[in-house]
Design a protein around this ligand. Structure first.
Ligand code: ATP
Ligand code: MG
Length: 415
């Protein structure tokens, strides 16, 4: 791949992160800048206040531009929320010609057959990702073009999303003068950043436990097998600490991050009061008990979302935890005792992406970096086909470009 500047926005419930990277090859990606600002106007992954969301996105884009020295014209945007649904579907076509040679157009026909599922009113196809192909019904092949067979099957993972939720998100981003190039389901992006090819092949569950949602993806046989969004994450833990211990939300959040330990039993001798500011304090044991209960429940919810009760056979490589809440001390140990499977914390570092930025060491940015990795690795474009902004959009974009050139005399995208 030629050197290319790629940008993305991770519109999270607690933070908005805009990232700009220089993609030299699939495994040589330099992060040029990241603009991270607190998120407003979002709840459990969806926009609930357009003005607040627009302001946060705009601030994050500006920060990323100023740090990277690059103008951001278009971005890829992460999508999440309870409105997401997924299923696996098979498309089957005959290879009618005498030579039975599979051509690219046969692949297209098979994919289009797989995509023709019933999509409920108000929903639209977001992704249709080929998982594997089969020739003559049973021979599993990776790339059937050029091979011979009478019948071609394609097994796909289909993801649908609410039209209005996605439109609202796209509208917010566009209002900042940035075009939306593509949309990517967030757990697919996070998986790019934290899973190894061996885990994807053997069977693994990835859980990105953020602020408002826990985004789950299951991989098997090298491809995506299941995706699901659970509307429970770190925010609910903090909220329970605040209610349970009678603390203001921000103090409860600080206490959770600073002293929270999911398995305090392993941390003997620490039973005293903990406190940080404005005279607020709490029992260390009570704080950890609340966090422990919430996280235990969350692991149970993740298991309930599995497509089968035999999740150990489905995912022998276990569970990879990421997202800001994966930073909780002792979380992997608790996961191991609930799931009886290997559990590890996943962070973006080592996925072929580097740069002078701390985000590569923090699980909270798995989705942010994954949005770049997904594009760099030429993974499938979404099925959404985002419409361009029209004449008005182009005009706004032109004005913005002129303003930028005047202010910074920056080069156009260095492609
Ligand atoms: N050290 C820590 N210990 C415990 N929790 C933490 C820590 N650091 C961050 N968190 C929690 O992580 C959550 C934010 O995670 P993240 O940045 O992944 O969410 P987000 O991407 O904004 O939201 P979402 O993906 O749910 O829309 C917050 O609830 C925060 O309290
Ligand atoms: Mg997130």
């Amino acid at each position: 791949m030629a050197k290319k500047i790629v940008s993305a926005i991770d519109v999270g419930t607690t933070k908005i992160a805009t990232i700009v990277a220089n993609v030299r090859s699939q495994d040589d990606i330099e992060v040029l800048g990241v603009g991270v600002v607190p998120s407003h106007g979002l709840h459990k992954g969806i926009v609930v206040n357009m003005d607040e969301a627009k302001a946060s996105i705009s601030e994050s884009v500006k920060e990323a531009q100023s740090i990277s020295g690059m103008r951001i014209d278009s971005v890829c945007v992460g999508v999440t929320g309870r409105h997401i649904t997924s299923l696996n579907n098979r498309g089957v076509v005959a290879i009618p010609r005498d030579d039975r040679l599979v051509r690219p157009q046969d692949l297209k026909r098979a994919l289009s057959a797989a995509r023709s599922v019933h999509v409920p009113e108000g929903k639209k196809l977001l992704h249709a990702i080929p998982r594997y192909y089969a020739l003559n019904g049973d021979e599993r092949v990776e790339q059937p073009v050029g091979m011979h067979g009478a019948r071609l099957d394609v097994e796909t993972h289909i993801i649908t999303a609410s039209v209005s939720s996605v439109q609202n998100l796209v509208k917010c981003v566009r209002s900042t003068g940035v075009e939306v190039e593509d949309l990517i389901l967030e757990p697919l992006a996070a998986s790019e950043a934290v899973l190894t090819p061996q885990e994807r092949e053997g069977g693994v569950i990835m859980a990105d436990i953020g602020g408002g949602t826990t985004d789950v993806a299951v991989f098997r046989g090298g491809g995506i097998y299941h995706t699901s969004i659970i509307p429970v994450a770190g925010y609910q833990v903090t909220s329970d600490i605040a209610i349970g211990l009678g603390l203001p939300f921000n103090i409860a959040e600080n206490m959770k991050k600073r002293y929270g330990n999911v398995t305090p039993g392993l941390d003997t001798g620490k039973t005293d009061e903990v406190g940080i500011e404005n005279g607020h304090s709490a029992s260390y044991r009570d704080l950890c008990d609340i966090i422990h209960s919430r996280m235990e429940e969350l692991f149970e919810l993740i298991l309930l979302e599995m497509p089968t009760t035999d999740y150990r056979t489905l995912a022998p490589c276990g569970l990879v935890l990421t997202g800001g809440t994966a930073n909780l001390t002792g979380l992997a140990e608790l996961g191991k005792s609930v799931l009886r499977l290997p559990v590890r914390k996943g962070q973006p570092l080592g996925a072929g992406i580097y740069g002078i930025t701390d985000i590569l060491y923090d699980s909270a940015y798995a989705t942010t970096t994954g949005l770049i990795l997904w594009q760099a690795r030429n993974r499938e474009r979404s099925a959404w086909q985002v419409k361009r902004g029209g004449i008005l959009g182009s005009f706004v974009s032109l004005l913005r470009r002129l303003k930028w050139q005047k202010r910074f005399l920056l080069p156009h995208r260095r492609e």
